[in-house]
Design a protein around this ligand. Structure first.
Ligand code: NA7
Length: 536
């Protein structure tokens, strides 16, 4: 830290969501001078911005939080098995207060550029207002879904009613009562939104391009007694997360689908279907994710579940995905989504049959109809994973731009670092383990903190991976993805966003393998005392 005295900070952290908050806590524990720069007016990141009605975890609340502090686990009480957004935000506020993090967070500060300074080996960050900040290291903690994208439809600016993206929901939505509302999109966000807002609006029209698989969440309240039991079970819960493929508590069935009789199979699937949470996604046999026939059978099982819930058989077929199998895109969990469509005031417009031609001043003009709305909601997703990086002008050694480095495909080492962008660590960067996000965040932040401790003790002022290491990481991640049906489908997980010119083709976006394998690789790099990196 002596060597950094002329700099404003040892470490600058961009973003005050879970990644940034925990980074700040860990970095401060090392005695380093740190600051979090956050664009929003308060902490919470994803859980600050996404406050649409119905926003909630679809992972068990007590598995989807920080595990590092026994005190925090003891003091916090969850009231629902799948926490709604307001409670999650309160948890984050509680955490922030408990560890006195706010004094080192600067809100309302949107970083516009980040330039690596060589000579000097430090970073220079500039915010929107032109204010500058210097530090030896930077940690990007910007989130994987934080740049909302609007649909590319002519006339989006013409609409004279109220319109917003789900990630920019107005604080007060009492204005929806009795209104004629249209919603575009049927992804995870839309599914959670639709199943809530149909209860308050006058009419709801859902514009669907691709139906998604979704299955019952089966949320329930947590009593005080149950919470006491959960507290006792925390070590066991986190151990389960540690051992599982993607850090969830659900255990994959070790049997092969083809080895099971039809009776056995359907009895098992029915059992999983009745359970709360991701069991129906994660506790089936692993071959459902790779074997076409297994996947087809399981998809058909779910299609029949949908058919049983939708009164109109023609409508039911429209709501059943035909071009991608169950689990090949992120499966959100629902509470009454299908029942919404049985209501006379809710209508589905399949835009493959009746395309949207333009947004007008009064609503939406489809090929066949002129529809009028008071409110238009865009549940149209995000410029995922790399979008946060695209929003900042990252400049590395020799004026190299990060967007150029990644233009032909994302390159990273461990999903944590990039060559030519020294002293920069990414939390939830591309090619990093996603799965249970808080579990992945905790691991990545701990790994980075361990490195910073090493750097502090060994007076390291420069760190970057080599091209060779990035190439081998890319091949490793690519190899792990072979045979995954999910990688044959367009989604934000495979780097596709049809509303963005640069994201029309699939690319390698996330780490494709099991979390224990990811951690093994990263642990080995640490055990080698970071000799995989160029250190200076
Ligand atoms: P998603 O999953 O990217 O969903 C976006 C939805 O919006 C999806 O149904 C899209 O259809 C639809 N969309 C996007 N653009 C258009 C246009 N131009 N016309 C019609 N429909 C469109 O984002 P979410 O916010 O729902 O979820 C993101 C993640 O957040 C989720 O996985 C959770 O982990 C939390 P498409 O499928 O592209 O045909």
């Amino acid at each position: 830290a002596e060597a950094n005295k002329h700099l404003d900070y040892d470490v600058l952290i961009v973003g005050a969501g879970l990644s940034g908050l925990y980074s700040l806590h860990r970095v401060r524990q090392l005695g380093l001078r740190a600051k979090v720069l956050e664009a929003g007016e308060a902490e919470g990141g994803t859980w600050f911005w996404n406050r649409y009605p119905g926003a909630r975890f679809d992972s068990e609340s007590y598995s989807y939080i920080f595990s590092f502090s026994q005190e925090l686990l003891d003091e916090w009480t969850w009231t629902e098995h799948f926490s709604p957004q307001p409670e999650t935000l309160k948890y984050i506020q509680f955490f922030t207060k408990k560890f006195d993090l706010k004094k080192d967070i600067q809100f309302n500060t949107r970083i516009q550029s980040a330039q690596f300074q060589s000579p000097g080996n430090h970073w220079l960050l500039t915010d929107e207002s032109g204010r500058q900040y210097t530090s030896r290291y930077i940690i990007t903690a910007m989130g994987i879904l934080n740049q909302p994208t609007l649909p590319v439809i002519p006339g989006v600016d013409d609409f004279q009613g109220q319109a917003w993206h789900t990630a920019r929901w107005p604080a007060d939505h009492s204005g929806l009562a009795g209104k004629r509302v249209g919603i575009i999109g049927t992804g995870a966000t839309a599914i959670q939104t639709i199943q809530e807002i149909y209860k308050m609006v006058g009419t709801l029209t859902v514009f669907q391009r691709t139906p998604n698989w979704t299955a019952p969440l089966r949320n329930s309240k947590i009593s005080e007694d149950e919470m006491a039991l959960i507290r006792q079970r925390y070590p066991e819960i986190f151990q389960q997360c540690l051992e599982s493929y993607s850090c969830f508590i659900h255990v994959t069935d070790s049997r092969k689908t083809v080895d099971m009789s039809r009776e056995e199979l359907f009895a098992r699937w029915e059992e999983l279907f009745q359970k709360p949470g991701f069991s129906k996604v994660l506790s089936v046999s692993a071959d459902v994710a790779t074997d076409r026939e297994a996947n087809r059978l399981y998809s058909e099982f779910h299609a029949n579940k949908i058919r049983a819930r939708i009164h109109d058989p023609v409508l039911a077929e429209k709501l059943i995905p035909k071009n991608h199998g169950f689990g090949t895109r992120r499966v959100p969990l629902e509470s009454g989504y299908y029942e919404a469509f049985n209501q006379p005031h809710v209508r589905l417009v399949d835009i493959n049959e009746n395309p949207i031609e333009r947004i007008t001043d009064k609503g939406v003009k489809t090929r066949d109809e002129d529809l009028e709305f008071d409110v238009l909601i865009y549940a149209t997703g995000f410029d995922a994973v790399t979008g946060s990086f695209g929003a900042v002008d990252f400049e590395g050694i020799g004026g190299k731009k990060l967007k150029d480095t990644w233009s032909g495909g994302i390159q990273t080492y461990l999903g944590l670092t990039v060559m030519d962008f020294p002293n920069m660590f990414m939390i939830m960067g591309p090619h990093q383990m996603f799965g249970n996000i808080p579990r992945s965040i905790e691991y990545a932040v701990d790994w980075v903190a361990d490195f910073l401790e090493f750097a502090r003790d060994n007076d390291v002022r420069f760190v970057q991976p080599t091209q060779e290491k990035m190439d081998s990481w890319y091949s490793h991640v690519e190899r792990l993805g072979e045979g995954l049906l999910a990688n044959e489908v367009d989604s934000w997980m495979t780097g596709v966003n049809k509303n963005l010119a640069g994201k029309q083709k699939r690319s390698l976006t996330r780490y494709n393998g099991p979390a224990p394998g990811y951690r093994k690789e990263c642990d080995a790099v640490k055990a080698r005392k970071y000799s995989d990196f160029v250190l200076g």
